[in-house]
Design a protein around this ligand. Structure first.
Ligand SMILES: *Cc1c(COP(=O)(O)O)cnc(C)c1O
Ligand code: SF4
Length: 348
């Protein structure tokens, strides 16, 4: 997700020049290996009517199924309208060709001064710290991205970090992907050690869905490198519905906060998932209970295969106005769109 950029590289390269001892595998890595990758299994495990299987197979051929068990456990069985299920179940509608919905909606390849680095916004640079995700969200703007074409070598990675070293207007490094937390902790720890040695860097931001979809990802090894850095720490979670926040997610958020991490959330406005005032209000309330502040509500990036999730601008504005009548100001997400070429997110 994870921020909003369709460029990816192989995480193995990030810090492979740093000698690190082998660390024991965390349980999250087992959970990551054992994610559900078969559309038929997904339908059966959720007791869906078999009529969903054919479409799930066809959608899966376009963008593969990937659902962690910990996420599956929050989906209601036998309910094809479940808001979490709709984010992960492939549908026939994904093969529809819809005008304006294209493979690379953000055109961000032009903003890659070094492999694995995107510098579009002032003061902030984005590093692609992992090419993979723990979950495949059907609305993802990266669903067509050719990962294999964006694998910088070790020497290139050093040049990537040199770009940060040489530009002292950059105060914030943003780890993105894919999902940066799909990388092993020893790699992330080594990367953060290199970043914190850059004097003008003040902040480390991580955009991730992993603490939501596999809450066990927030383990001692993660808290050690994240809690231990001199950089100020911000984590932007990607949560679209209150039902995604179970007790395990709340506990993960509490551990992150105790390590000094500021927690924010960004959502995507999705037809059939969170396109009503009740759902959006419940999400903001639930986020705050978990110690997370709403940050952005993005309108959908027009990626082919995701048109059935689209909500019109007019409806999006109506929803946000209705939400404003209900919520405290600090529970209001900013409604934005990503416009290729702009120097910030664009408010609607
Ligand atoms: C979204 C984004 C950021 C962060 O933007 P904020 O408005 O600070 O959250 C930075 N760089 C790129 C390339 C982005 O797409
Ligand atoms: S977590 Fe989902 S939305 Fe985010 S990059 Fe991965 S697949 Fe896309």
């Amino acid at each position: 997700m994870i921020t909003r950029t369709p460029i990816a590289v192989h995480c193995e390269e990030v810090v492979s020049d740093v000698a690190v001892a082998d660390t024991p595998e965390g349980d999250w890595q087992r959970q990551l290996r054992e994610v559900i990758r078969d559309p038929v299994t997904l339908c059966r495990r959720l007791a869906l009517n078999p009529e969903w299987i054919a479409g799930a197979r066809r959608g899966h051929a376009l963008f593969s199924v990937r659902v962690p068990e910990a996420y599956l456990s929050r989906i209601r069985r036998g309910d094809p309208g479940d808001p979490l299920l709709r984010q992960v179940l492939p549908l026939d509608a994904e093969s529809d060709v819809v005008a304006g919905f294209i493979d690379d909606p953000l055109e961000e390849r032009n903003h890659t001064p070094k492999p694995g680095l995107i510098h579009k916004y002032s003061g902030r640079a984005l590093l692609i710290a992992s090419p993979t995700c723990a979950i495949n969200c059907r609305y993802c703007f990266r669903r067509h991205f050719p990962y294999a074409d964006n694998a910088p070598s070790m020497r290139e990675w050093d040049k990537t970090l040199d770009y940060l070293r040489n530009d002292n207007s950059i105060q914030e490094a943003i780890l993105s992907g894919g999902d940066p937390l799909a990388s092993p902790d020893r790699r992330l720890a080594a990367l953060v050690r290199q970043l914190e040695a850059i004097p003008h860097l003040k902040r480390l931001r991580v955009h991730t869905r992993l603490p939501v979809v596999i809450p066990d990802r927030v383990d001692d090894a993660l808290l050690e490198w994240l809690g231990g850095t001199r950089l100020q720490k911000v984590m932007v979670l990607h949560i679209n519905h209150a039902q995604e926040i179970d007790d395990a997610v709340v506990a993960a958020c509490e551990r992150l906060k105790a390590a000094g991490v500021t927690l924010l959330n960004q959502s995507v406005l999705l037809r059939g998932v969170n396109d009503d005032v009740e759902a959006l209000a419940a999400l903001s309330e639930r986020l705050f209970e978990a110690g997370v502040l709403p940050y952005y509500l993005h309108v959908l990036d027009p990626v082919s295969g995701a048109a059935h999730f689209d909500v019109s601008d007019a409806e999006a504005r109506q929803l946000i106005e209705a939400l404003r009548q209900r919520l405290a100001g600090f529970l209001m997400p900013r409604l934005v769109r990503e416009v290729p070429g702009e120097r910030s997110k664009t408010p609607l």
